[in-house]
Ligand binder design. Structure first.
Ligand code: 4AD
Ligand code: MG
Length: 486
């Protein structure tokens, strides 16, 4: 199958070379380096590895040789031969070279394409060019593999992929973090006699926003299709400038009829392990590169802050070991009694049952106390969303958060409140408008069943598997309160 296509990638050639040895082939890509006017390292994005092209300059115009430069794009035809060089299987003896795109050498000097080490900040400023680097090539190939593995996992487990709306009238999290959507002329917003925005004149004739979560719609789909999942962009107008938050991120949300909280935790654990194993098996070259980068980064840090294990080692461990399952109440006990808390080491001291956990607390539990991924469950109802199922104690809800080392919360989910009277009471207490969510309440009237689901932030998982530390580096064009350059 590898060679059915007319156009061959570098990956095809490097991995399937036995079939084309001593044949002429054509390959296209970008020059990563041109050594001694003789050896081109060609990359086309299909793999982190470069293909070596040997140019016997006596056979070519000097004009062509001169144009071969870092970043220029080439189409090369030549014979595939075994390579003498260490660490490479084959190389191409060039017979024909076509320059597809020249580079503007002087301007190149000012960009991240200039071959030297650039800071991640600088690379971020040129997000449109960073796909050309080894690091971002690796990250975005891994991100693609993670996405594919997610679909594969659900497909194998009889889930249906549901597309929930991007434009919606519902605040699914009830947290008021929505970006509004209108077709108003922004320079001339219609107002009523009180000076309030007159949504009746809008295209949708009501207040609409970009979705913060597809969950509520996914729940309605699960009430007919059984097992569903969404996988799409979500938006949060929260002003948090951290290395873990984006204003636009991709979320994966399975929703399963007849599942309870324990089933939901099992699903989350199996799901994460499946995706991590998939990446370990299918992204070996990129992971090796990222593993080396990770190790070098650790060396720059003071000894106390260094990771105890390598990236690949860490992934292998997480894919095998059972996650710790701990109730919120147990976690609070652990935190309150910890040395850190007593010595005032936390920025937010843990003083009583009922407080929300900050990321410093989550990371303490995961990285110091348990040294394992942790699933926290049964949170106080006051600090969680209205739709979570009230437990027998009347104080907690059947919520679950999965916490990962170096990341903190990677998944948030719950068993849902399927009892209509309890749901309505909860909505009243939490000031969620019943009229806005009439359709959601409707699903509790006609054959309501226990059900559960969760949301995974795709970028947080990609951070974990690539060993990167800033969420802006694992999405091609990050949107944060301070940047939406492109
Ligand atoms: O915990 P959250 O807000 O839960 C929900 O939205 C539920 N409706 C999910 C569900 O039960 N179907 O978000 C879920 C996950 C978080 O655990 C986190 O990984 C990610 O989404 N996330 C963000 N990722 C990047 N930037 C942000 N601003 C994020 N907010 C949440
Ligand atoms: Mg959450």
């Amino acid at each position: 199958q590898m060679f059915t296509m007319e156009k061959r990638t570098v990956k095809d050639i490097l991995e399937g070379y036995k079939k084309v040895l001593h044949h002429d082939i054509t390959v296209q890509g970008w020059v990563r380096a041109f050594r001694s006017n003789r050896f081109i390292a060609l990359n086309d994005g299909s793999t982190i590895n470069n293909l070596q092209i040997v140019v016997d300059f006596e056979n070519f115009d000097e004009a062509i040789i001169k144009q071969i430069n870092t970043a220029s794009s080439l189409k090369i035809t030549g014979e595939v031969v075994e390579s003498q060089g260490a660490g490479q299987t084959v190389e191409i003896l060039a017979k024909k070279i076509v320059i597809l795109g020249d580079n503007f050498s002087e301007e190149l000097q000012k960009t991240i394409l200039q071959p030297k080490k650039h800071s991640l900040e600088k690379l971020r400023e040129e997000a449109h060019l960073r796909f050309r680097t080894n690091l971002f090539g690796a990250i975005f190939r891994v991100r693609s593999a993670v996405s594919f593995a997610i679909h594969e996992f659900f497909n194998k487990n009889q889930f249906f992929y549901i597309h929930t709306p991007i434009i919606t009238g519902a605040d699914a999290e009830g947290a008021g973090e929505m970006f509004g959507v209108t077709n108003f002329d922004l320079n001339n917003i219609p107002r009523d006699e009180n000076g309030d925005i007159d949504f009746e004149q809008d295209f949708f004739a009501r207040k609409t926003s970009l979705t913060v979560s597809g969950q509520l719609e996914a729940e309605t789909a699960a009430m007919g299709l059984g097992r569903v999942y969404t996988f799409g962009p979500t938006f949060r107008a929260e002003n948090s400038n951290t290395t873990r938050h984006l204003a636009e991120f991709w979320m994966v949300e399975p929703e399963v009829a007849f599942n309870n909280l324990e089933d939901n935790i099992d699903l989350a654990e199996n799901f994460l392990k499946y995706v991590i194993k998939y990446v370990l098996e299918n992204c070996k070259d990129d992971l090796e590169f990222l593993d080396k980068r990770f190790a070098e980064e650790q060396k720059q840090k003071p000894e106390k802050e260094r990771a105890k294990e390598g990236l690949i080692e860490k992934l292998e461990k997480v894919a095998e070991k059972r996650f710790k399952r701990v109730s919120y109440t147990e976690a609070i006990e652990i935190l309150m009694n910890s040395k850190e808390n007593k010595k005032g080491k936390f920025q937010f001291p843990v003083e009583h049952w009922g407080t929300d956990l900050q990321s410093e607390h989550e990371r303490f539990l995961v990285e110091k106390h348990f040294e394992s991924p942790v699933v926290l469950f049964d949170y106080p109802k006051e600090i969680k969303a209205f739709y979570m199922r009230l437990n027998e104690d009347g104080k907690t809800v059947a919520a679950m958060d999965v916490l990962f080392p170096g990341i903190g919360e990677i998944i948030g989910g719950s068993q849902r409140e399927e009892r209509i009277d309890v749901l309505k009471q909860k909505m009243k207490e939490m000031h969620v408008d019943e009229d806005e969510l009439w359709w959601y309440i409707d699903t509790r009237k006609f054959g309501s069943v226990p059900h559960a689901g969760f949301g995974l932030g795709l970028e947080r998982l990609v951070l974990f598997v690539t060993g990167m530390t800033n969420i802006r580096d694992v999405i091609p064009f990050p949107r944060t309160p301070k940047s939406a350059e492109f």
